[in-house]
Write a protein that binds this ligand. Structure first.
Ligand code: ZN
Length: 169
């Protein structure tokens, strides 16, 4: 039977087996210290550590963190407007014998919008492009499968240090 001057050592030691708390006062501490108190190594709270010599920290039992893994699709569909949409819209409208005004009325848009579309001054949102596709029977939107590989992104961004040096020359 070990009993130190605090008279609670045995009891505290038993408790510690179940849960990590101070060997002296029994308090569950955020941080416990390894300390030599009266020649005995104890795990104590910061308050009780003052009674002896602190020799280190007590590691808390490690809890396994459950990580949430967010699934990122490897491929993503991207809708892109074809480059020569202006030309295609104009040609098709003319082949249908419609003026810009006629066509505007037909799709419920302003004449100015059609003018801007056909001069390339206005890039239609995909929703409008889809409407134009239906009305004119043409293809304006292309679906691309975009992969998330970083190598591809780097290619799009373009510049490598090598390129920079080449340009400087
Ligand atoms: Zn304590």
């Amino acid at each position: 039977m070990i009993k130190n001057s605090f008279g609670i050592y045995q009891h505290a030691k038993r408790l510690w087996v179940i849960r990590i708390n101070c060997d002296l006062c029994g308090k569950v501490g955020e941080r416990l210290f390894k300390a030599i108190i009266e020649g005995v190594e104890l795990n104590v709270c910061s308050g009780c550590s003052k009674f002896g010599k602190v020799i280190g920290h007590v590691k808390k039992p490690v809890q396994k963190e459950t990580r949430k893994v967010i699934a990122v699709p490897k491929e993503e569909k991207v809708e892109l407007l074809i480059e020569n949409y202006a030309e295609i819209i104009k040609k098709k409208r003319e082949s249908m014998g419609l003026t810009q005004k006629d066509f505007a009325n037909r799709i419920n848009e302003k004449e100015a919008t059609i003018h801007k579309l056909e001069t390339g001054a206005f890039t239609p949102p995909i929703s409008l492009a889809r409407k134009l596709e239906k009305t004119l029977g043409i293809k304006l939107v292309e679906e691309h499968e975009e992969s998330h590989s970083s190598a591809k992104e780097r290619k799009i961004e373009g510049f490598t240090l090598g390129d920079f040096i080449k340009i400087k020359k």
